[in-house]
Design a protein around this ligand. Structure first.
Ligand code: AMP
Ligand code: GLY
Length: 420
């Protein structure tokens, strides 16, 4: 069976390693992949946003199954384009990917179907937003409507910062057309939980919960990043909370999308905040999280490719989806300076066992693996307890080297504090 994965980060590397466990996979291509993924699959130099190029490649190779992992191609309609030429896919269609592609859409959907989320207002004009901010409660949260490389959310601690955010998003257009509309929403507090869920529009099967660490520096200081590390399961996410989320959030979201004629199939990511008033949705993503995937998939005991094929066939209800009772921790090694300016091109040395090293940004030059991105790689370890998984991950981190490596020293600390 010929399988193609679209994307090229640590998440895709984790998907590739898991997919390879299925012996039916005879050829595995990744578009564009990266120097680390090239150890496990054939990387093809076609960008994840090059929809025409992706479809042409899939046709040329007679790909049997395609997995579209990142948000950009999903929102651009990669799945629709592949399905139009008869290729079976894992991932939502464009009309469902809007759940991540437009925050205005997702907020309005939650309001219409009474799915718990922060109170909000939508603005099309900077002047109206600025007027609203004169009396809005502070802190407040300003969100660009469209995709913004994970940077489109600004938590404003003061009225001035909030107004500044409106100017930069709506007038300076730092996120381009993604900032044509903005959402201003209520600032919520509480532990955050990521829940990735398989769904085919009829059934929703949540995966093991996880916790991301989005800020660049220890103690949740510094700038927001794509994620500096993850742990799973998330100890704040108890069975009672999971049941409440299923009833009030997961099933209602699936039904809401069906009712809107936008059936969602693929991985639906729920970014949740456990507030004093119960769990609320902070964001939806239309895909696997990065680096959540790097802790969730190593705990999946069932065959990922089979589940993905069952979702494509609309038979998720028959799928076997079992997770190990163990814990996992992923520590991201980034280039010093990320998410700001950083240098790449430094040689990476890895331990002998790279089975749980997921490469996010690297290239191969003269047979050497060189750093090639802000996030360079993630080191995941699995153990019986979270404390052991964290300890093992940091032990393995010591065996990975490149010149300007930077990583947080406190991944899992908050979760461990919640356990006792
Ligand atoms: P996002 O890019 O949507 O994942 O948002 C980035 C981060 O901003 C989230 O992980 C939260 O920590 C924070 N955030 C987003 N919305 C809110 C909110 N309404 N209240 C408090 N924090 C928020
Ligand atoms: N780790 C957050 C995300 O994938 O959006």
């Amino acid at each position: 069976m010929k399988v193609m994965v679209v994307g090229g980060g640590g998440r895709e590397h984790a998907i590739v390693k898991k997919i390879k466990e299925n012996p039916a996979v005879t050829e595995l291509y990744v578009l564009p992949g990266n120097g680390g993924i090239a150890q496990d699959a054939i990387c093809v130099d076609i960008g994840a946003k090059d929809i025409d190029g992706i479809v042409a490649f899939a046709k040329e190779k007679a790909i049997d199954f395609a997995i579209v992992a990142p948000d950009d191609p999903l929102v651009l309609g990669a799945v629709d384009a592949l399905e139009a030429v008869g290729i079976s896919c894992f991932g939502p269609n464009r009309n469902a990917a809007i759940l991540e592609g437009s925050k205005v859409f997702s907020k309005n959907l939650m309001k219409k179907y009474q799915i718990p989320t922060a109170a909000y207002a939508v603005f099309d004009h900077a002047a109206d937003a600025l007027a609203y901010l004169e009396t809005a409660p502070i802190p407040t949260v300003i969100k660009a409507d469209g995709l913004a490389l994970g940077k489109g959310v600004i938590i404003a601690e003061t009225r001035e910062q909030a107004k500044e955010a409106v100017h930069t998003i709506m007038e300076d257009k730092i996120f381009g057309a993604s900032g044509d509309q903005i959402v201003i929403e209520e600032f919520l507090t509480g532990p955050e939980v990521s829940v990735l869920a398989f769904t085919d529009g009829k059934t929703v099967v949540p995966m093991v919960s996880s916790m991301d660490h989005k800020r660049a520096l220890d103690g949740d200081q510094g700038l927001n990043t794509g994620g500096m590390g993850t742990i799973a399961p998330n100890p704040y996410y108890t069975e009672a909370i999971a049941a409440e989320c299923m009833e009030k959030i997961f099933l209602p979201t699936m039904h809401a999308m069906n009712a809107e004629g936008r059936t969602f199939k693929g991985c639906l990511y729920f970014g949740l905040m456990l507030t004093a008033d119960g769990p609320k949705v902070i964001e939806y993503n239309c895909r696997f999280g990065d680096p959540e995937t790097q802790v969730v998939l190593p705990l999946l005991e069932s065959d990922l490719l089979t589940i993905m094929q069952q979702i494509a066939a609309g038979t998720l209800a028959e799928a076997e989806v079992a997770f190990s009772k163990k814990s996992a921790c992923c520590v991201i090694l980034a280039s010093e300076g990320y998410p700001g300016k950083y240098e790449t091109g430094y040689e990476i040395t890895l331990p002998a066992d790279t089975s749980r090293i997921f490469v996010a940004g690297a290239k191969v030059k003269d047979g050497k693996l060189l750093s090639g991105g802000g996030r360079v790689l993630g080191v995941t370890e699995v153990a019986d307890t979270l404390a052991e998984a964290v300890e093992k991950a940091y032990e393995t981190v010591k065996t990975v080297h490149f010149a300007n490596a930077y990583y947080r020293k406190d991944i899992g600390k908050k979760a461990l504090a919640a356990e006792v």
